[in-house]
Design a protein around this ligand. Structure first.
Ligand code: M6R
Length: 367
């Protein structure tokens, strides 16, 4: 049942190329120039009238929603807020009939997410669900559904569901951009071509798992560490930190790299591990200078970098892991993979139950 892997989590990490492929299958036109989402019921007219988006989810799905915010704002230029579902209802969010609420849930059964969906509908919003389970409560109740085709996810720690949710956001963002005319055809085609290269690029990352295993073993000897990054790298840092806490029980914090000097830098001391993501081209120089700040204080830095930056980043990091080149908007679909492997191998080194971490359930059906 684990297909030759020691744990479901490792199997599911390795299933990501297929999950990406399957989630894109039939949703890109044959000429590769546009997105087709025939399952969507929302009319082009209604979509053009939407003026605000709320993305609501829990845990890892929330982290996918943070990336989703950047995708939609970038491609469609409509303001997006991403909320944790257990907070959303209690802050009197401004929901109107011109609000699109996107709920994201692997299981489609998370109580808080379901309650947020109902609250949004009560206020007249159109609700789009991104879920992995056909026939789940969220899928049944939402006005529109985009199913991620990640296949069943058994490990409590979510991996392929998260990354397939990203693919769903890219597809939906592009579809909406086509509808509203906010991106030209060449731009859409360029992004779609880069997306279709992702499965093979993930394979390349998986082939280098041994490098990450070595770092994970050294990290497993520490009680605390940091993940830093800017922009989309910060969103992925949050997911990496959650994954590590969840299955290795090592404390970690994700921090926007530019915010460190406003307090948290005080915690950086000799030998503390820092996982620094530096994949956003436009933020490269700024992030590099933040990495230098932690390095100067003795941090042991693993850089998650773009291929081609090895020589320059080497001066400011102790170890590096290069991801294949893609568009800046697409890097989360690659950079999360080494972080998933890092938490897996750290948990393994500590002898924990990787697939069933303490205190946690796969599906959280209580509020
Ligand atoms: O099934 P859902 O996507 O709604 O679940 C949401 C969270 O409970 C879930 O992502 C949780 O954070 C994972 N265990 C993280 O790996």
């Amino acid at each position: 049942e684990k297909g030759g892997f020691d744990h479901f989590m490792l199997k599911e990490i390795h299933e990501q190329p297929k999950a990406y492929h399957d989630t894109m299958l039939g949703r890109i036109s044959e000429d590769g120039r546009s997105v087709v989402l025939p399952e969507l019921k929302i009319s082009a007219e209604k979509l053009r009238g939407i003026n605000r988006v709320h993305i609501v989810a829990c845990g890892t799905a929330y982290h996918a929603g943070l990336v989703g915010k950047s995708i939609i704002e970038n491609l469609v230029r409509i303001p997006v807020e991403t909320d944790v579902a257990s907070e959303y209802r209690y802050r009197s969010p401004i929901i109107t009939p011109d609000t699109l609420v996107i709920v994201v849930s692997q299981s489609g059964e998370t109580a808080d997410t379901l309650a947020a969906l109902r609250e949004a509908q009560r206020n007249g919003a159109h609700v789009l669900a991104i879920t992995n389970v056909v026939g789940s409560s969220v899928a049944r109740e939402a006005d529109d559904v985009i199913i991620t085709l990640a296949g069943p996810e058994i490990a409590v720690a979510s991996t392929k569901a998260y990354s397939s949710q990203l693919i769903a956001f890219y597809l939906f963002g592009l579809y909406w951009a086509q509808t509203n005319g906010t991106q030209d055809e060449a731009t859409v085609a360029n992004i779609l071509a880069a997306m279709q290269a992702l499965p093979e690029q993930v394979e390349k990352i998986l082939a280098q798992a041994e490098v990450i295993k070595g770092v994970a073993e050294s990290i497993s000897k520490h009680d605390s560490l940091f993940f830093i990054g800017r922009g989309l790298d910060y969103a992925v840092a949050m997911e990496g930190s959650l994954k590590l806490k969840e299955i290795s029980y090592i404390h970690s914090e994700a921090y926007p790299a530019g915010e460190l000097k406003h307090g948290t830098l005080a915690l950086i001391e000799e030998g503390i591990p820092v996982i620094a993501l530096i994949t956003q081209e436009g933020l490269y120089e700024k992030t590099l200078s933040n990495i230098k700040e932690v390095k100067a204080r003795g941090a042991d830095v693993l850089g998650i970098i773009n291929e081609g930056h090895e020589a320059e980043v080497a001066k400011s990091t102790d170890r590096q892991f290069a991801i294949p080149r893609t568009l800046p908007l697409l890097t989360p679909a690659l950079s999360v993979v080494p972080l998933q492997l890092l938490s897996y191998y750290a948990s393994l080194a500590l002898g924990h139950d990787v697939d069933k971490p303490r205190n946690l359930a796969k599906s959280v059906t209580v509020e």
